[in-house]
Design a protein around this ligand. Structure first.
Ligand code: HEM
Length: 131
């Protein structure tokens, strides 16, 4: 009998998820230009940050101390970007993992996307307010 995908258990799992997801992002026609404009070739610090972020959220190992929203505040992103981001993220999770943490990863990503969209809508209609 073939074993199906396992759940997300440890930092190596997080790294696999993050690396696989952002390698897809780098090929995505809508998302890649946004990242390239902002971070160019410096993917390593971004990936490190994302390992910490997901390690904190999913494994409750508290290594991320940043504020997720501010770097997104000035990005040229609309609903279509969030839909593409989530679709790619969820597909990557499903391709690699299955279980409670895998479901939580997708749920958290969706919640964060909703929050970012709400904040962006607010800041775009109330310019001058920071955070
Ligand atoms: C339209 C979709 C999105 C785009 C284009 C996008 C793009 C970016 C970019 C360009 C950065 C800054 C990288 C840097 O300057 O080092 C960033 C940071 C980050 N993003 Fe996103 N993002 C998106 C959605 C999300 C979602 C849904 C989440 C939540 C899971 C998320 C979580 C983060 C986190 C935690 C950081 C690091 C913040 C820090 O500096 O501490 N992003 N993102």
């Amino acid at each position: 009998m073939k074993d199906g995908p396992q759940d997300i258990f440890q930092l190596d799992d997080i790294k696999l998820l993050v690396d696989t997801f952002y390698s897809k992002v780098q090929l995505h026609p809508l998302l890649a230009p946004v990242f390239n404009q902002r971070i160019g070739d410096s993917w390593e610090p971004h990936l490190q940050k994302m390992y910490s972020f997901w390690q904190t959220v999913l494994l409750e190992e508290y290594t991320y101390f940043g504020r997720p929203f501010p770097p997104h505040a000035q990005l040229p992103i609309e609903s279509a970007h969030f839909e593409a981001w989530l679709q790619l993220f969820n597909a990557t999770v499903d391709e690699l993992f299955a279980g409670e943490k895998a479901s939580e990863a997708k749920w958290r990503a969706g919640k964060m996307a909703d929050m970012f969209k709400a904040k962006l809508a607010y800041f775009r209609t109330h310019p001058g307010n920071i955070i």
